[in-house]
Design a binder for this molecule. Sequence first.
Ligand SMILES: *[C@@H]1O[C@H](CO)[C@@H](O)[C@H](O)[C@H]1NC(C)=O
Ligand SMILES: *[C@@H]1O[C@H](CO)[C@@H](O)[C@H](O)[C@H]1NC(C)=O
Length: 173
Amino acid sequence: MVFSLLLLLLLLSTATAAAAATSAEAPSTGNATIYDILPLYGLPPGIFPDTVTSFSLSSDGALSVNLSGPCYVDFDYLLYYAPTITGFLHYGSFVDLSGIQARRFLIWFDVDRIKVDLPPPSNYIYFDVGWITRKLGVDQFLTIHSCKSSCRLSLTVNRAFQQAKDFFTDLFW
Ligand SMILES: *[C@@H]1O[C@H](CO)[C@@H](O)[C@H](O)[C@H]1NC(C)=O
Ligand SMILES: *[C@@H]1O[C@H](CO)[C@@H](O)[C@H](O)[C@H]1NC(C)=O
């Protein structure tokens, strides 16, 4: 299963690389879902959970994604998705991100950028949190995850640490 997904991703990315070589334009999206589009940018589809209700992608790569509600997904880190996520899609990265946070030692940190190694397939996916970059195995992002119900139990802790967060970021990560 994982292997065939990898193979599919490999084929997709090879096709994309060929398309990118012959055309400087953004990939044609048609009626594609966000999960179809991410691989066209060399990114794994599972970056977004299965609750995407709508999205818009401009020719400059500006991406806005709406979910049916707030969402938590357990990867190597617990990720939080706001109901609306925005950023810019580039080949191999999703930058100027807003709406995704990663939890580390009960503290929530904004994820600013998600990127993969080029050319695909990349074995790793990188999450930039402030000036810290975390490397995760890309496998867990090849499938589309459902949201788990989780409340922000750490909200109080998070508040308490908020002011000192920047100072502590490199200690926590
Ligand atoms: C999108 O879907 C509509 C109707 O479902 C269809 O007419 C149109 O050709 C599709 N466009 C593409 C690019 O597939
Ligand atoms: C996302 O939701 C907001 C608020 O409901 C809406 O204004 C916006 O148009 C939606 N975006 C897309 C891409 O559907």
